[in-house]
Design a binder for this molecule. Sequence first.
Ligand code: ZN
Length: 174
Amino acid sequence: MKHPLERFEYCPRCGSHNFAINGVRSRHCSKCGLTYYANASASTAAIITNSKGEILLTTRAFEPAKDKLDLPGGFVDMNETAEEALIRELKEELNIEVTNPIYLFSLPNEYTFSDITIHTLDIFFKVEVSDDAKFTADDDVASAQFYDLKDVNIEDIGLNSIKKAIQKIKNTTN
Ligand SMILES: [Zn+2]
């Protein structure tokens, strides 16, 4: 794995070039003393199923993985809980109001944005919605629909952590 701060050659506080790799996830500036850490960003994803056991998948509107299948969800803002982030993202992306997301599992991921690899920790939640719940795709989602997982080709899913999550769910439901 490349060092997460490989591309960041200058100290973000004082601008010095004496900003050396310092362990697996930090650089240290020998001019001003700053030790700067790269941390995984927390992100959320929702497993939304209907009474037929189908799962809601979205189609990504933007890069990375534009036009590929995805789960609804998104990054956790500062000072927000993962549950709050998920509820906010489902409102933004699908215009649905949900309550009480149930934690399932988490998976690390790498996400390329602005030509930089961002490390994330994706947190998966189970969310139940009624069968007559209306949703409309918005924000960074082009469309959304329920799928029988038997009909979903894992290679049509864009992001690695989402592929792993869907595979995990396929394995437990077969
Ligand atoms: Zn510095």
